[in-house]
Design a protein around this ligand. Structure first.
Ligand code: DGL
Length: 266
């Protein structure tokens, strides 16, 4: 094993939502050390101008590189949208993110060529998903920003009448547009697959950007010979720019025992 193989995977998100990506990475790469940085002090990113998101994201990614990570995983869709064009040129380590793998999966999955993406306002305004589908002219993309979904998830609400009404408002236009594939283009939305599937029905396939990103992390590490191939007891560190207590509280509610001993990052 080289020294690089021993280094941790760096996962970055605006806050807690990227834990869906961390969960998928840990499931698919169980022997790897993880350093997760959530910029909760400046979240939510999804409501901010893309230039601010870009500045915050690059600052956090720089910190993860300083920690000696072997790969950067940008778990946040809003941050991926903001730095998609330049993160790969800026860093010597490989960078994987959520948008391109999800777009690739959707292109492979759709039969009708009508694909939906739901995301934050920052991601929708950036048009990063439109760019990601540029090489697939057979696909018509319908984008809907769903800003209230993040608040529901962080409040621990993943069902009930208020969420259902909200979901219908966001998703009915996508159903009317005849989509057969929907990208969950925000870290928090994999926790809402129950209500989303309920509204859209079984004929619409859901693509989780978290799962696709984790698969890309697996493929990238394996291709580069950087994956740990033997069972070992890995270390999982969680850093936050905000309150460790609040991160741990929400993190444990969303992900259970995965999130312990959260550290303050300044
Ligand atoms: N992580 C963000 C995303 O995936 C959602 C939360 C936020 O707005 O900061 O777009």
């Amino acid at each position: 094993m080289t020294a690089d193989t021993e280094a941790p995977i760096g996962i970055f998100d605006s806050g807690f939502g990227g834990l869906t990506v961390a969960r998928a990475v840990i499931d698919q790469l169980p022997h790897e050390d993880i350093v997760y940085l959530g910029d909760t002090a400046r979240a939510p990113y999804g409501e901010q101008p893309i230039a601010s998101v870009r500045e915050y994201a690059l600052e956090c990614l720089d910190h993860l590189v300083d920690q000696g990570v072997k790969i950067l995983v940008i778990a946040c869709n809003s941050a991926s949208a903001a730095v998609l064009r330049d993160a790969r040129e800026r860093y010597a380590v490989p960078v994987v993110e959520v948008i391109l793998p999800a777009a690739r999966r959707a292109v492979a999955a759709t039969r009708s060529g009508r694909v939906g993406v739901i995301c934050t306002e920052a991601t929708a305004n950036s048009q990063a998903y439109d760019d990601a589908f540029a090489a697939a002219p057979q696909v018509t993309l319908h984008t809907v920003a769903c800003p209230r979904f993040v608040g529901f998830v962080e409040a621990g609400i993943t069902g009930g009448p208020e969420l259902l009404t909200c979901a219908r408002t966001y998703l009915d236009p996508l159903w009317a547009a005849g989509i057969d594939t929907l990208i969950l283009g925000c870290t928090h939305y994999p926790l809402l697959t129950g209500v989303i599937s309920y509204v859209l029905g079984d004929s619409v396939s859901l693509v989780s950007s978290a799962e696709e990103c984790a698969k890309d992390a697996y493929a990238t590490l394996t291709r580069l010979g950087l994956a740990h191939d033997r069972p070992r007891h890995p270390s999982h560190r969680f850093l936050t720019t905000g309150s460790p207590q609040s991160f741990e509280g929400i993190g444990r509610r969303l992900m259970g025992d995965l999130v312990v001993d959260v550290e303050q990052f300044v």
